[in-house]
Design a protein around this ligand. Structure first.
Ligand code: ADP
Ligand code: ASP
Ligand code: MG
Length: 821
């Protein structure tokens, strides 16, 4: 004999009821003996609670809700039941609805709703659904009898979550089943007192009904049929990557459900456990799938833990004061006073100093719990030895569960590292002494991020997800998106890295989508669905999505974006950027940003600030951290100026060379923005700061090579006219250098803590002498590289190489995360 139970979704529509009966028929075919417990149709219990509350508030809307409850059932009957017997079944449902209506009318008149009446109202859900399914079972060839569990399950008077009298109940069940050979279709969830008052077993209690029946009858197995593939590593509605656990122990299932895994109602496990009856959790909508097997044995799997559970809403109550220290009996009084009033304490922590005790309860009971405690400790509070209890709301609990946690070191470390890396603040910690679970209290707004990052750390230890936001979709930004799109499948396959682009924005529009933006048509999507771009709104949205492993990419050259860096890093989001403004602004701002990143353990990466994709900043860092001493840095840090001076050979005119550079698209629209050396000055400043010098941009000595009239020219055309007139100034410097066998190079230098940018003559022994084209070149002279400098050379500009540099840094963040968790 098996006891099966089908949940609300399984009997939620006529179609799903057909699926249920197909499953039952297949059992009959196998000659399997069984009886079945049913829940109310999905949503009905909630609606019944709502309708009774409305009636008690004298709100006439209750009629409409009642009507919709009626319609849902009548429609199911019409769809399932043969026309010949339909009127009988409809009549029975109408009769129940009338009874319910009378009851609600009473509530409406009295303006009062007792827990006793609520239990009676909600009982109609299971009574109607079970009746309909039992009729359909009969019609489908199953020899069935409707059974109202109120006749069998005897409880006390604790309406809402009644306590079962097992002795009486077991006797009733045994006798009932002895007297009949028919398949029983039993109402879940409902029960009654000895006096015949209707009670319920607590929300989700149909599972419990099945287990109580199974235990009383010594069933071979109990099967709980629901809408997911068994007990999973986490709630699949909250964690996309959750997967089914093939087998878990009763205790593990108990812990999972106690900490919020609604898939099984916690008390269900006890009766089955006592009688060692295994429970299967199976999916009505995927019946071929094996599901989860719950038994006394735990089965080792490849993971450190079995699952992650959460309770979305809890309140934390803390009691503290010197009067608690070393005083025996404080916790006994505290929890005793709560237990007397049946307040369920979900989690307790006490600091070892005994100065404070913290515990979690359901929010709806928090106020009352605090009152009870304040009453219990009234004397101590008056004597100022203990403070009034403090209640905090909007908190959640996350717990990791598994029997293998026992004796396995490092689990807590992994748990906290995963939360810490994602900036999830932990308010309280509790570990059961059984070491079966480790639970923390966190802010409710962090719940989804915490669940997903923990799931990734414990179950998908190889796959990393990065959630990326890109602001600035000009050449670099759009090239980056193209590169990411092209590489995504390879990254997933070879590096087990998944990059989700969650947000994009240009100066006009922004688009954020938690599920990721399809990169095939980001342009069209941004155009169509994007809203007006405002940087502060973008940041707020990014923060409120609160996704794990978030990375913000700034590929603008805007100051407006930089102003948000500190805030972004403070919310534990890493930043990757080719934008130089943050690192070349005021030193104090630069330092604030650097320390925000450090403090929150996130990355602030800007390799592309200098030399685009060339490994300049990382090389400098490596030299520094490996103990080398930087003596001198010299660099040709502008591709434009590199081209101009490498091309400005004998026989050429300076103005012509600049013109050629402009025509080739190498210069800024106004070439003076290159020739004034400011861009190069910012780059050497960034390198100087990286080498630990606290310089400001004003400390960089910049030679302005342009003669006065060129600088003053009002238009670009006028500038070229003036430049032509001044060609001699440049030719003279070049020829002077040439006489000594030297060439002109526009060089940024850092030496003895001083930075300068100037046009210099260098001889054949200098590494920059033979530079050609528009390459960048950086030479580090250090204690270790003293005789010949360490030289880095290559293209130092261009969207492809810059975007690739940004991309590489995004990928490097995934390695960093992996090394921690
Ligand atoms: P039923 O109506 O069949 O009793 P419930 O809604 O009570 O179904 O429970 C099933 C739901 O439990 C799933 O849809 C899922 O969202 C939720 N759930 C929470 N945690 C887990 C978990 N670890 N594994 C599977 N489901 C879970
Ligand atoms: N119908 C009840 C509820 O929604 C019992 C159950 O579904 O298990 O809580
Ligand atoms: Mg349930």
């Amino acid at each position: 004999m098996k006891i099966l139970k089908f949940g609300g979704t399984s009997v939620g529509t006529a179609d799903s009821i057909r699926k249920v009966v197909d499953i039952l028929l297949s059992y009959k075919k196998k000659k399997q003996e069984f009886s079945v417990v049913f829940s109310a149709m999905s949503g009905i219990t909630n609606q019944l609670i709502e309708v009774s509350k409305k009636a008690a508030e004298s709100n006439e809307d209750y009629h409409a809700i009642l009507k919709s409850i009626e319609n849902k059932h009548i429609n199911a009957v019409k769809s399932l039941i043969d026309i010949k017997v339909q009127s009988k079944v409809v009549a029975h449902i109408k009769m129940l609805i009338n009874e319910l209506e009378d009851l609600l009318h009473g509530v409406f008149l009295l303006k009062e709703l007792s827990p006793r009446t609520t239990d009676l109202v909600v009982s109609f859900g299971e009574r109607m659904s079970t009746y309909i399914v039992s009729e359909f079972m009969k019609q489908s060839g199953l020899d069935t009898e409707f059974c109202d569990a109120r006749k069998l399950i005897v409880t006390d008077h604790s309406f809402g979550a009644a306590i079962i009298d097992f002795k009486a109940t077991d006797k009733n069940i045994k006798e009932h089943f002895k007297a009949t050979k028919k398949i029983q279709a039993i109402t879940g969830f409902i029960s009654s007192t000895v006096k015949g008052e209707t009670t319920t077993l607590g929300r989700g209690g149909s599972d419990y009904t099945a287990s109580v029946l199974g235990a009383a009858l010594g069933a071979e197995e109990i099967e709980i049929w629901t809408d997911v593939d068994g007990v999973m590593t986490a709630d699949p509605k909250k964690v996309k990557g959750a997967f089914t656990l093939p087998a878990i122990s009763y205790v593990e299932a108990m812990e999972m459900s106690h900490f919020g895994a609604k898939v099984i109602y916690p008390p269900t496990l006890q009766p089955a456990f006592n009688k060692k009856i295994p429970i299967w959790i199976k999916n009505t909508f995927n019946p071929e799938f094996e599901g989860t097997y719950i038994s006394a044995k735990t089965k080792a799997n490849d993971f450190l833990i079995k699952g992650i559970s959460s309770i979305r809403e809890i309140a934390l109550i803390s009691l503290q004061g010197s009067g608690m220290m070393g005083v025996p009996g404080v916790s006994a009084r505290l929890f005793g006073s709560l237990a007397k009033k049946k307040i369920n304490v979900i989690l307790i922590t006490q600091a070892s100093s005994e100065y404070s005790i913290c515990f979690a309860v359901e929010p709806k009971e928090a106020e009352y719990a605090a009152e009870l405690i304040n009453e219990e400790f009234a004397n101590e509070i008056q004597a100022k030895k203990i403070d009034n209890a403090i209640v905090e709301y909007d908190l959640s609990i996350v717990a990791i569960i598994g029997e293998n946690m026992r004796n396995t070191p490092g689990i807590a470390g992994k748990f906290f590292a995963s939360l810490g890396k994602n900036g999830v603040n932990i308010r309280a910690i509790a570990q059961g002494s059984s070491e079966l679970n480790l639970s923390v209290v966190i802010g409710e707004h962090d719940l989804s991020k915490a669940l997903n990052s923990l799931h990734e750390s414990f179950f998908l230890s190889d796959i990393r997800t990065l959630n990326v936001f890109v602001v600035g979709l000009g050449l670099i930004g759009s090239t980056l998106l193209k590169q990411i799109q092209k590489q995504s499948s390879q990254l997933l396959k070879e590096r087990l890295l998944k990059i989700n682009i969650i947000g994009i924005a240009n100066s006009k529009k922004m688009l954020l989508d938690e599920n990721g933006i399809n990169l095939k048509d980001w342009n069209g999507k941004l155009e169509k669905d994007g809203e007006k771009m405002k940087m502060s709104v973008f940041v707020e949205k990014m923060k409120s999505l609160n996704l794990q492993n978030s990375v913000f990419v700034d590929s603008t050259s805007s100051k407006d974006v930089v102003e948000h860096y500190e805030d972004i890093l403070n919310t534990s989001i890493s930043i990757v950027t080719p934008n130089k403004l943050a690192n070349s602004g005021l030193y104090k701002d630069y330092q604030k940003i650097q320390s925000a990143a450090f403090k929150h353990g996130v990355k602030f990466l800007y390799e592309t600030n200098v030399g685009a994709g060339l490994p300049v900043i990382n090389t400098l860092k490596d030299l520094k951290y490996s103990g080398d001493k930087i003596l001198k840095i010299e660099g040709i840090l502008s591709g434009t100026l590199s081209f101009i001076f490498n091309t400005f050979k004998e026989g050429t005119k300076f103005s012509e060379v600049v013109k050629e550079a402009k025509e080739k698209g190498y210069t800024e629209p106004d070439p003076r923005d290159d020739l004034n050396g400011m861009d190069v000055a910012r780059k050497i400043l960034i390198l100087a700061r990286e080498a630990n010098y606290t310089l400001e941009i004003g400390d960089v000595n910049v030679e302005n090579i342009l003669p006065e009239p060129c600088r003053k020219a009002k238009t670009i055309e006028d500038f070229f006219v003036q430049l032509e007139k001044n060609n001699d100034v440049f030719s003279a410097r070049r020829d002077e250098a040439a006489k000594k066998g030297n060439v002109l190079r526009f060089i940024a230098t850092l030496e003895n803590g001083k930075a300068r940018v100037s046009l210099e003559a260098v001889g054949p022994a200098h590494p920059f002498y033979s530079l050609s084209g528009s390459d960048n070149m950086i030479a580090f002279t250090t204690e270790r590289y003293k005789d010949r400098p360490l030289v880095i050379k290559g293209p130092g500009a261009g969207a492809e190489v810059t975007a690739a540099g940004v991309f590489a840094e995004i990928i490097s963040i995934s390695n960093y995360l992996k090394s921690f968790i």
